[in-house]
Design a protein around this ligand. Structure first.
Ligand SMILES: NC(=O)c1ccc[n+]([C@@H]2O[C@H](COP(=O)([O-])OP(=O)(O)OC[C@H]3O[C@@H](n4cnc5c(N)ncnc54)[C@H](O)[C@@H]3O)[C@@H](O)[C@H]2O)c1
Length: 258
């Protein structure tokens, strides 16, 4: 099923093979997309190179360093993307960060700098990236970001990251309205908990996953491939009428009462 044949899609946020971004990359690759990757600095370059090589894609891999806290980095990344492929049809934005000390204890103890960092990297980066990408999405496009239920409800230890996810979900709606006339769609996937590098920073994450598996409608957790396949739908023409939405891929956890 090559429904993404001829589409150039940028994957931002692969750190290792557990990354949700990598689950998305695998689904999109299987559907025939040409993938480009950005990674956060030289520290992660080798990881990403090895993973991308394992895809055995026909086209030469395109990997670009991009730290989203730097406007210069974002600009140079999209300049390189323009030179290499000319047109971009999609972006998977799978990036978030908050200092570990902010992901435990009382929310009211959130520091000014922790609040700013979490919002800069986890929410504002989507705005900055889409501004830089808009000109390359001349044929229309689809942008997918990753959020979590902690942006809608209070989840233990998620603290400032929940506020950043609420901001991100609002950015999705404002960007969808802003860029809709250019046929650029923007949606978020609200994923259930998955053990990744980022998730390790959240105190008691493992205990929480047990509770989620017990309570979810499907009686289990989800994995990266399930997020990847929903992203595939959102990047394809099958979802052409959907924008500004938050789709839960959480085995039905969020619909349950007690
Ligand atoms: N794992 C979960 O349970 C879960 C659930 C719902 C949503 N999410 C979201 O999914 C997304 C991907 O996270 P993940 O769980 O796959 O973890 P991950 O650690 O594999 O990915 C996070 C990525 O963010 C990147 N990043 C952080 N700061 C950056 C910066 N300044 N510039 C560029 N990149 C930067 C990291 O390099 C990493 O690749 C995040 O937005 C996360 O909040 C995760």
């Amino acid at each position: 099923m090559n429904i993404l044949q001829g589409k150039n899609i940028l994957i931002m946020g692969v750190a290792n093979k557990r990354s949700i971004a990598w689950g998305i990359a695998q689904s999109l690759h299987a559907a025939g997309a040409r993938l480009l990757f950005t990674y956060q600095g030289e520290r992660l370059k080798k990881n990403v190179e090895e993973l991308v090589a394992s895809l055995q894609a026909d086209d030469e891999p395109i990997l670009i360093s991009c730290d989203v806290t730097s406007d210069e980095d974002i600009e140079q990344a999209f300049r390189q993307i323009k030179e290499r492929v000319g047109v971009l049809h999609g972006i998977a934005h799978c990036i978030a960060f908050a200092p570990t000390e902010e992901l435990e204890g009382r929310f009211s103890a959130t520091s000014r700098s922790g609040f700013a960092i979490a919002h800069d990297i986890s929410a504002y980066s989507l705005v900055a990236v889409m501004r830089a990408a808009e000109g390359l999405m001349a044929e229309g496009g689809s942008v997918v970001t990753l959020t979590y239920l902690g942006g809608e409800r209070v989840m233990p230890n998620y603290n400032v990251m929940g506020i950043a996810k609420a901001a991100l979900e609002s950015c999705v709606r404002y960007l969808a309205a802003d860029m809709g006339k250019s046929s650029i769609r923007v949606n978020a996937i609200s994923a259930g908990p998955i053990r990744t590098l980022a998730a390790k920073g959240i105190r008691n994450f493992n205990e929480m996953t047990k509770h989620v598996a017990d309570k979810a409608a499907l009686g289990r957790m989800i994995d990266q491939s399930e997020v990847g396949d929903t992203a595939l739908f959102l990047f394809s023409h099958l979802s052409r009428g959907i924008t500004g939405e938050v789709i839960h891929v959480d085995a039905g956890y969020s619909i349950m009462g007690n």
